[in-house]
Design a protein around this ligand. Structure first.
Ligand code: NAI
Length: 247
């Protein structure tokens, strides 16, 4: 079991939803957390204030992780502040759902850039630091949609499936180091992203979930804690946390 106290983690899109739950869970374990945000400055600062008032170490950094230079700045800021990086949670994500006939090239590119190309950006910048860690962890928040497909989600499904291929390949390349690379594939989790879905559709989704409810962001955070603490021999995997919706 890895002692998480004193480790340093970066959570992209870490101020809200699943990212907030992951940031909070890590901080409560004594991890120094760098909360990345793009536009949610108020939420990021409020979370920093809350965690610091509870005795945790937290710091917010603005960066659009779909841009290589900004991702580099994020990693540099984390190293400047805390001296090392042990854990990267690639959580930032967006949807721009349209049936393929109506999908513009711009909506394709933006979803691929934020969800998938951001992995190139953060990983390339962090590798020199994370490979120095005695227990490096790269965890990519993919999605059940990358496994099953989703109506109106060709862009998102392609990006999320791409994250899994990236995860497995990087896991192979880093297997001789102390860095493990894994993906978590959440099912439907009750955050702003799912709140945007019309109520009638939400009811239809819940009816199909064997567990008959949406997941909570904290249930994804528990998967992250498992991989960080007990996952030294777990690499290249997809951890499905989805209430049994996809097996
Ligand atoms: P959310 O919309 O609440 O959080 C996404 C976060 O990413 C936000 O804080 C947003 O500001 C940030 N972000 C967006 N673009 C960014 C950029 N360019 N640079 C930096 N940060 C950026 O969504 P939620 O639900 O918390 O999703 C978190 C992750 O989990 C996403 O990758 C999403 O695709 C994935 N996911 C969510 C599911 C759900 O049911 N909520 C299901 C499966 C996967």
């Amino acid at each position: 079991m890895v002692q998480l106290q004193g480790k340093v983690a970066i959570v992209t899109g870490g101020a809200k939803g699943i990212g907030e739950a992951i940031t909070t869970a890590l901080a409560k374990e004594g991890v120094k957390v760098v909360i990345n945000y793009n536009s949610s400055q108020d939420a990021a600062q409020a979370l920093v204030n809350k965690l610091v008032s509870e005795g945790c170490e937290a710091y917010a950094v603005q960066a659009d992780v779909s841009k290589l230079e900004e991702a580099r700045t994020l990693i540099d800021e984390a190293v400047k502040r805390f001296g090392q990086v042990d854990i990267v949670i690639n959580n930032a994500g967006i949807t721009r759902d349209r049936t393929f006939k109506k999908l513009s090239r711009e909506d394709w590119d933006r979803v691929i850039d934020v969800n998938l190309s951001s992995l190139y950006n953060t990983t390339s910048a962090v590798l020199p630091y994370i490979t120095e860690s005695e227990a490096g962890r790269i965890i990519n928040i993919s999605s059940i949609i990358g496994q099953s497909g989703g109506f109106g989600q060709t862009n998102y499904a392609a990006a999320k499936a791409g994250m899994v291929g990236f995860t497995k390949s990087l896991a192979l390349e880093l297997a001789r180091t102390n860095v493990t690379v894994n993906a978590i594939c959440p099912g439907f989790i009750d955050t702003e992203m799912v709140a945007e879905v019309p109520e009638a559709v939400r009811e239809q989704i819940v009816a199909k979930i064997p567990k008959k409810r949406f997941g909570a962001p904290e249930e994804i955070a528990k998967g992250v804690l498992y991989l960080c603490r007990d996952g030294a021999y777990v690499t290249g995997q997809q951890l499905n946390i989805n209430g049994g919706l996809y097996m």
